[in-house]
Each structure stands twice: as C-alpha cells, then as structure tokens.
Design a protein around this ligand. Structure first.
Ligand SMILES: Nc1ncnc2c1ncn2[C@@H]1O[C@H](COP(=O)(O)OP(=O)(O)OP(=O)(O)O)[C@@H](O)[C@H]1O
Ligand SMILES: O=C(CO)[C@H](O)[C@H](O)COP(=O)(O)O
Length: 399
C-alpha cells in the first residue's frame, strides 16, 4: 500500500488505560504501536471510519466553462491552482492549498487511436475505466494517495501515472462524474454546467476558431458527431446534480441568436445536507425583479431577475435566474444586498470576487455570478463538514 497520512478515530488499550477515543495521524492505515500520555507503549488499532477529503463533482461537456469555474472556486479559498510541481507538463491536474482538481479524462481507457479504431467517442462509457475511477476517488476520499493515470490531450496518448495526495477538497471534473452510481455516491456535492446548444456553439466558435484556428465546418462537425453520445451519457447526469447552472439565449432580445446576452438559471436542489439554496427577497416566494434604475446602470437590453420554487426531474428545487448583463460590476453590490443565504463571510464578498476576476469569461452575466455563488456554497459546505467531524470525537468521548 502507498505511504499515506490517514486521520482516523482510534481505540487504545494498554495495562493502565481502558478505551479512549482520539484523533491520530499515522502513515500506514493498519495497526501501529506508539506511546500514550504516560509514555507507556500502547497498542492502537485504527479503522478509517471518517472520510477526510470532501469530494465535489463538476460535470459538463468539453468547452463549457469548467476551467473558468474551477479558477473562481479556487479563488474563493484564497489561492491559485497550479499543475503538480516537477511533474508531467501535460498533466490535467490543478493543485492549490485547499483543492486538488482532477480531470476525469485521465480515466479514458482508450487513447485517441484506440477510440478511432473502435469507432467510439470519449463520451462513450466504453472508452472510460469507471472501476479505476471509483477505486481511486474512494481511496482519496479515505485519505489514501493514488497513482492516477494521465490522458495527454496534446499527444492523445495515455502517459505514465502521477501521484495524487488526498487534499482537503477533491474536485472531480469532466464528462462523467455522476455517470457511475458508485462514484456518484462518493460525491459530497455535485454540479452540472448545462450549456444550451446555441450557446455552446457560440463559445466553441469563439475559442476554437479565434484561438485554435479551426474552421467553422470542423467545429459544426465536431459538435454534431458528439451529440448522440452527449445526449445518451452526459446530459442525463444533470438529474443527479445538487446545483445546475443552465445557460440559455436571452429572452430580452426577440429572436436573438448571437449568444452574447445570456439567460442563466441556477437550479438548486432542496433538502441537500450542508446546502441551503440562495434566495431573492423572500424564501419560497415567486419574484420577478428588474433592478435597473437609479441604483443599477443598465444599457439595452437591460437585466431581469427571477426567483421561485420549481420541480426538476421530480426533485423540489429553487431557481434563481438572471437574464442580461451588468454594465458596471461595482454596482453588483446592489443586487448582492437583495440576495440571501449567500454563505459570504462579509458584506460584499460576491461583488469583490466578481471584481477580482472581471477578465474571466462570463463576469458580466449570470454565469460568472452563479459560479461565484456556488463557489461560496462549496466553501460553506466544506466548513460545515469539517466542523461536524471535529466535534464528533468530542461527542463520542462524552458518551
Ligand atoms: N461564461 C462564459 N461566457 C462566455 N464564454 C465562455 C464562458 N465560459 C467559457 N466560455 C468560453 O468557452 C471557452 C472554454 O471555457 P473553459 O476552458 O472554462 O471550458 P472547459 O469546459 O474547461 O473546456 P475544456 O474541457 O475543453 O478544457 C472559453 O475560452 C470561452 O471562450
Ligand atoms: O471531451 C473531451 C473531454 O475534454 C475530449 O474530447 C476527450 O478527452 C478526448 O480528447 P482529445 O480531444 O484529446 O481526443
């Protein structure tokens, strides 16, 4: 077994002690011998009972804003994410003080040539190793380091593995974080970025044509060839997500097909442990709000918010919607002051985060706003889980 650091609850028995519970850090999750507080040798048998790494799933198709979301999330924790130091320069992993983001493309079981030979896309479950994905996410969640494979997007080959140490928060992002029920079960919170076809097309053109030199025809062909597998294997995962960020064309400009102004909906599942949905004005009511006027500058076509209860794949949800875009990001504070349950640590934290990353895609519309809010909710969820675990041994000791 790989060397690792495991935090767990242990029972101690020695000639002078009866059973005591305490938190202990050890480097091999079996049985070890140490000294108790009276400096006597004590046999300690430990079982890994409490998962230590909080696991977040982020699902979306390629080019739908996962990397941008990850940069916003990492920033909420106050750090920048970087690839593993001294490792494979084509690694897909990003590490910060609090978070490690692994890309599930690393569990492709077929490389680019293999997929071509077999006539399957990367979205097809047959091109992915879900057994290994499950084993490794479970191990990390339980505090055990793993040797994770690397899928090299530059060469299209499977490279030698890299060591992933258990972080405080593990984010598994990619095409299939909620596809396999065993992996899904390991997620403490899950998010789906649901980008409508029209918007996905506009973003792809912007990136792949402007930045990567692809032709319009090849972009269209790539989207079309992925669509059947996207519909079969990726899209259905949204029914399992705790939060969905849905990105649609605006309704403020009749017949708009430019994809520049967006209608963005944050769909939040009710009754999820450690997650209380954000609301506008009054929780549970239905509200339509045009904030433009004296306190918020809006040029054409303006901004419209909506909030209300709804049902999504038979689940009770709350929906917060923003159509339009901000002219002046500093005025976002006006909107922020009307939202509740934001899990901010101080007044104006959402606005501050948005201003900090004003150059990220989507900063002037609901994509940036809702990604920032979900980032704050994940921080809050993490802090609640950690606080609960910290108090668990004390409660057990009292008993
Ligand atoms: N909120 C947004 N508003 C406008 N454009 C966006 C937004 N988010 C992403 N994009 C566009 O989509 C491109 C891809 O974004 P990003 O790299 O975050 O996606 P990704 O899902 O990580 O992509 P991939 O899986 O291909 O690496 C960006 O370069 C940008 O052009
Ligand atoms: O959908 C994808 C996830 O990002 C990629 O298309 C998939 O990983 C295959 O990669 P490549 O384009 O290198 O063949």
């Amino acid at each position: 077994m790989a060397a690792c650091t495991v935090y767990s609850t242990c029972s101690v028995s020695s000639p002078t002690t009866t059973k005591t519970h305490f938190n202990f850090i050890f480097h091999n999750p079996r049985t070890t011998t140490t000294r108790n507080n009276k400096n006597r040798a004590a046999q300690i048998s430990c079982s890994v009972t409490e998962p230590q790494t909080v696991v977040i799933g982020l699902a979306a198709d390629s080019g739908c804003g996962k990397s941008t979301f990850m940069r916003r999330l990492t920033s909420v924790f106050g750090g920048a994410a970087e690839p593993p130091k001294g490792g494979n320069p084509d690694s897909n992993t990003l590490i910060s003080d609090t978070t490690t983001v692994i890309c599930l493309d690393d569990y492709h079981s077929l490389d680019r040539t293999g997929r071509k030979e077999k006539g399957v896309t990367a979205l097809d479950p047959r091109a992915n190793d879900f057994d290994l994905m499950y084993e490794q996410v479970k191990a990390i969640k339980n505090g055990v380091a793993v040797e994770k494979p690397i899928y090299n997007h530059v060469t299209g080959l499977l490279d030698p593995p890299e060591l992933i140490q258990p972080p405080k928060i593990l984010v598994v992002e990619g095409l299939h974080p909620m596809y396999d029920p065993r992996v899904r079960e390991l997620l403490d919170f899950s998010i789906y970025l649901d980008i409508s076809n029209e918007v996905k097309f506009a973003w792809k053109i912007q990136r792949d044509m402007a930045e990567r030199g692809h032709s319009l025809e090849s972009i269209k062909a790539s989207i079309e060839s992925r669509k059947p597998d996207f519909d079969a294997y990726i899209d259905p995962q949204k029914q399992y997500a705790d939060a969905v960020i849905e990105v649609l064309p605006t309704q403020l400009i009749p017949g708009d097909n430019e994809g520049k102004v967006l209608r963005v909906r944050l769909i939040m599942k009710e009754g999820v442990k450690y997650f209380s949905p954000v609301y506008l004005f009054d929780e549970g009511s239905t509200i339509s709000w045009i904030p433009c006027g004296r306190k918020l500058t809006c040029s054409y076509p303006g901004i419209k918010f909506f909030y209300g209860p709804d049902s999504y794949y038979s689940n009770e949800v709350s929906v917060l919607e923003m159509d339009g875009q901000f002219d002046r990001l500093d005025e976002l504070i006006y909107v922020e002051s009307h939202l509740s349950n934001l899990s901010t640590k101080f007044y104006g934290e959402v606005t501050q985060q948005m201003l900090k990353h004003a150059d990220f895609p989507g900063s002037s519309n609901g994509t940036g706003l809702f990604q920032t809010i979900v980032g704050l909710k994940i921080r809050d969820l993490y802090e609640q889980i950690i606080a609960e675990k910290a108090s668990a041994p004390l409660e057990a000791a009292k008993v």
